[in-house]
Design a protein around this ligand. Structure first.
Ligand code: GLU
Length: 373
């Protein structure tokens, strides 16, 4: 891809690229990003920024440890977010570019109506040539408290991917304090090699990623999860080192840097929501026959293929479909709630009415509402 062909671009700034070594805001770096992005904006590109840093900066300003408790972290986020936004607003204002603050929680993605309306407002902002500046709303978010079967996002890598996917962005640029994806942890192994191109996210590639980077919530694992979402939505992802000078300008000048992830097959918007964007409230374990029918023949999940039902979910919720070895291979929208599902495990669809006293669907999950992972 010629990077300059990208029209709609999402930039994600990690906490560590926005701060200096003393953990204060790095004004020189942030103003450089602002200047570089302003040039792209002037060329007619549509830009969305996902910014981290609220918790880290707030904790420095208040001189408290944000990991002390959830409420201290939420307080830090509230304080740090003000500092961040005032710098973005002031900086972009110098180039006559308007910015908008957008703070999001998991519910904005899990609730399908909110999810659909989110893209409307973001598209309107872009039409008005405003740069939306997005962060997780850490002050009210409790994503860390509710992840039993899977939360839509709890870090800004995944959030940036969900936004890029929803807006059909051409490119997500993740600016981190690391040069890209390595085949081993470069902070521990000096011989680790940078992987410059990833055409497919194989198990081998996923195994290269190790734990979270210090300071922010994300790490290489969450970056690969982000890459998976965006590449399945038809977009490119580039992970680059945001600490290297003029990184954005050099990237758009075609310099070879970081790791590029290439788009693969593109899921429909509805399947993207099912697969990636919403919280998961329950799980159905299915037998081998049902798994084969779903994966190979694009079939619905019937009651007779169910072995077990876990969690508490309503009809209309997105649930996880796992095989007998507990490996999740698909997600789908449930036609029956969990207590009804428990009653019809292993039953033929013809018996559903007799058992439940009602029957709205033959299938427990209809094929159009299943997204393979
Ligand atoms: N939203 C958090 C913040 O602004 C950062 C989350 C992350 O590091 O992924 O501090």
């Amino acid at each position: 891809m010629n990077i300059n062909d990208a029209k709609r671009i999402v930039f994600k700034f990690g906490t560590n690229v926005l701060r200096n070594d003393d953990k204060e805001i790095s004004l020189s770096r942030v103003y450089s990003f602002i200047e570089e992005i302003s040039k792209l904006h002037r060329q007619g590109k549509e830009v969305i920024i996902i910014t981290s840093g609220a918790v880290g900066l707030g904790s420095k300003i208040l001189n408290v440890d944000s990991s002390e408790s959830l409420s201290v972290k939420q307080a830090c986020a509230a304080v740090g977010q003000c500092q961040l936004m005032s710098i973005y607003e002031d900086g972009f204002g110098k180039y006559s570019i308007n910015t908008a603050q957008v703070l999001l929680t998991e519910d904005d993605f899990t609730n399908r109506i909110k999810y659909l309306s989110l893209s409307n407002v973001l598209n309107t902002l872009l039409e008005l040539r405003v740069i939306p500046i997005i962060n997780q709303n850490d002050t009210v978010s409790t994503s860390e408290l509710t992840p039993e079967f899977g939360v839509s996002f709890s870090d800004n890598d995944k959030l940036s991917a969900l936004v890029a996917s929803k807006l059909d962005a051409d490119l997500l640029v993740i600016l981190s304090d690391i040069n890209g994806l390595y085949d081993d942890n470069p902070k521990e192994n000096p011989n680790a090699n940078l992987i410059s191109e990833v055409k497919e996210l194989t198990e081998e590639i996923k195994n290269y990623a190790s734990s979270a980077s210090k300071g922010g919530r994300g790490g290489m694992i969450t970056k690969l999860q982000a890459a998976e979402v965006v590449t399945h939505s038809g977009g490119f992802v580039r992970i680059i080192n945001g600490k290297s000078p003029q990184a954005i300008t050099r990237l758009f000048n075609g310099e070879k840097m970081g790791t590029t992830f290439y788009p693969v097959e593109q899921l429909s918007q509805k399947r993207r929501w099912i697969a990636y964007a919403t919280n998961i409230t329950g799980q159905i374990v299915v037998n081998e026959g049902a798994k084969k029918a779903i994966i190979e023949k694009d079939k619905s999940l019937l009651a007779k293929g169910m072995l077990k039902v876990n969690g508490c979910f309503d009809c209309g919720d997105v649930i996880s479909i796992v095989d007998e070895n507990n490996i999740e291979f698909a997600r789908g929208i449930a036609n029956y709630n969990s207590s009804d599902c428990l009653k019809i495990i292993g039953e033929h669809s013809d018996n559903i009415y007799e058992i439940l006293g009602h029957k709205n669907y033959d299938a427990v999950i209809t094929k159009d509402n299943i997204a393979l992972l």
